[in-house]
Design a protein around this ligand. Structure first.
Ligand code: BMA
Length: 375
């Protein structure tokens, strides 16, 4: 059975199970309409469900095959491959700049290269996820234009800016629609727009807009994506660490807009910050896990990491125990910058945390690219 047929079989059994306990969510709705052909997104959803059901977690890295700690732009390289022996199961990318028809994103990665790597990762059996550090459609300032609390309000209320926003989303839709494999089938991906909105560092953050305005970003985006025929995207909701369920759900756009519930939680300050990280990760993932279970959504650890990995055994002693407590289907750690020697999250060859990372890879619960063939 190839991956696609296997995933379809799993999906069909998951859908019939869901229809028996119909609770009004997206999956049950899909089951009601048996004649509706499966989309690429349905197939990825089934794969993620089966990964979590098997007690496994797919490992991901941002910008993995396009640059690393000491290199940039090479082909067939990856710090994860060089230290662990395999590519990650998940390649994470950012679309910031695509809205302005830039040819490279905010970290200078070309969109053509990203497209090529998405196809390669899909062919390897892995999958791809995207965030969007977008410029703002009002004055083209960066995502970190946090001093301006009027941007989302203008997107919602000023017809000219609303149209600019729609056009920006349209550019993303064209990109998603262009992701096809060698046989012409659409490649499914995860998209995680408006992330870390419980924080206050982006112009769509909690101090920068109201819940109603924040939800408008999602709802309007979806209208455009649907009108453009985008059907290969699973939608991920990922607040930064939260203190409460209320905070986690305050800006939730609605079950019909979201497939994956996650959270971004970082480990700062090594050993000293360990307790804080454990507390934050437990709280945020615990809330996301509970909501995901009740709403029949997929759970993911959408961003994490310990910059510079100061604790040698971080992968086995810190991360694995956290992953073991929640049915997380995939996890993404942030990038190994080539132009900032302290900004990296995965051990490169020779790093003191390499042995712990290899042990993490060899752990039966973690999936790297080659392990994805079973799902
Ligand atoms: C941040 C840092 C920045 C980068 C941005 C978007 O966390 O890695 O250097 O530009 O993400 O990728």
């Amino acid at each position: 059975m190839n991956i696609r047929t296997l995933a379809q079989a799993i999906l069909i059994s998951a859908l019939s199970a869901a229809s028996m306990s119909c609770n009004g969510n997206g999956k049950a709705a899909a089951a009601d309409d048996a004649s509706k052909p499966l989309t690429a997104a349905d197939i990825l959803r089934a794969r993620l469900d089966s990964i979590a059901a098997a007690g496994k977690v797919a490992f991901g890295h941002h910008d993995d095959p396009v640059y690393g700690h000491t290199w940039c732009g090479d082909e067939n390289r990856s710090d994860v491959l060089e230290s662990s022996g395999d590519y990650p199961a998940v390649m994470d990318w950012d679309l910031g700049g695509l809205e302005l028809n830039d040819t490279v994103n905010l970290d200078k990665v070309s969109f053509n290269r990203i497209r090529r790597e998405v196809v390669a990762q899909n062919a390897r059996g892995g999958f791809n996820t995207f965030s969007w550090h977008t410029r703002n459609p009002v004055n083209l300032g960066t995502s970190w234009e946090a001093g301006d609390t009027t941007i989302v309000s203008k997107i919602m209320n000023d017809p000219e800016i609303t149209q600019r926003y729609r056009d920006n989303v349209k550019a993303l839709a064209a990109f998603f629609n262009s992701l096809v494999d060698e046989s012409g089938n659409k490649i499914p991906v995860v998209f995680r727009p408006w992330h870390e909105h419980s924080g206050d560092w982006f112009w769509w953050g909690s101090r920068q807009c109201t819940p109603e305005q924040y939800k408008f970003l999602w709802h309007e985006m979806r209208k455009v994506m649907d009108a453009e025929g985008v059907d290969n995207v699973l939608w991920a909701y990922s607040p930064d660490r939260v203190r409460s369920v209320e905070q986690y759900m305050e800006r939730y756009p609605g079950d019909e807009y979201v497939d994956i519930l996650g959270s971004d939680v970082y480990h700062f300050n090594g050993q000293e910050g360990l307790e804080q990280y454990n507390t934050d990760a437990a709280r945020s993932l615990g809330i996301a896990a509970d909501k995901a279970q009740k709403r029949n959504k997929i759970l993911a650890f959408t961003e994490t990491g310990s910059e510079g990995i100061p604790m040698e055994s971080w992968w086995t002693d810190v991360l694995l125990p956290i992953l073991g407590r929640y049915p997380v289907s995939y996890i993404v750690v942030w990038r190994n910058a080539h132009d900032n020697p302290r900004h990296y999250y995965v051990p490169f060859k020779g790093h003191p945390a390499e042995a712990s990372f290899v042990e993490f890879r060899n752990n039966e619960s973690t999936l790297f690219a080659k392990d994805m063939k079973q799902f």
